[in-house]
Write a protein that binds this ligand. Sequence first.
Ligand code: IPM
Ligand code: MG
Length: 371
Amino acid sequence: MPTFSLLLLPGDGIGPEVMVEVERVISLLNKKGKSEFKIQSDLVGGAAIDKYGKPLSDDGLAKAKASDAVIFGAVGGPKWDKVPYEIRPEAGLLRLRKDLDLFANLRPAICYPALAEASSLRREYVEGLDILILRELTGGTYFGEPKEIVTLENGQKRALDTTVYTTSEIERIARVAFDLARKRRNKVHSAEKRNVMRTGVLWNEVVTATHAREAKDVELHHILADACAMQLVRNPKQFDVIVCDNLFGDMLSDEAAMLTGSIGMLPSASLGAPDAKSGKSKALYEPVHGSAPDIAGQGVANPIAAIASYGMALRYSCGLAKEADIIDKAIANTLARGLRTGDIMQPNMRKVGTTEMGSAILEEVEKLLAA
Ligand code: IPM
Ligand code: MG
């Protein structure tokens, strides 16, 4: 029986609550499925700061490196607003991304038919929406050096972030974009700011060259990142895969998430390059939503994004496409039954909490596994 090792990092806020629901789905697959998942857990973010004095322990990092996939909850909250910048909760997540070299961040934005009314855009714009934001995740403004605040002689302060990309960093993410597009609707939009930024000029150049050399079969469009933000709300269905740098990807993916009705719905995958020997890629899966401290501990958080993130792990790290499809279908069926957590509540639907939503999805998974 194929065995997979998973590291669960629930983190802060609603992270632990939604992770409980993920664990229930994992247990069910362990019982009923054809593979075995071995689970370890550790602290990350504020929870790790409280225990270890830093947002990710070295042991936690080592476990992440050794696992087939990391399933991540969320980090951060007002309790840690005052901790030093270097050890803030988010630094734990950034360290995982960087040290595991998870350069390819897949953020699908899919509008479930049952939720078309929950979007802030009219149904006709979002119904059937299925786009994929591919965000470069280990370079650009997030990690460029220098990154500092210095005090000037006149007493003023000056803050500096550096946006930096090399040819090979752009090439490898472009390649992933073309590969993903081939399995979808074969279209890539590359978004940058070549009209203002040197990194945008190089980005455009390298994507164009990679396309000409390796991916002429894929339709490629270049779009300025600001225009892309605008087109995402004007006519989102024109897009298939959007590839962009780390910072633009952060913003465009939040925008795309909202088109689908709730950011509480969306999973993401962060993947490294396949290992030369084993062919396996390091991987981390996380809901796009944050720790939502305002509703944490109340049992009302939406577990769908976290469960769907585990679904992505099945697809991309375990080669279990059938099981991944079952999870997606179970979520769609549960929504079609009219169950809604508060964030996606609509008239005439039944409002449920985290556990009840998890139980309903579990039931659907069980039915679909048996079918
Ligand atoms: C995301 C988040 C993170 C980011 C934060 C939590 C550091 O917003 O994954 O989009 O900015 O990348
Ligand atoms: Mg973000």
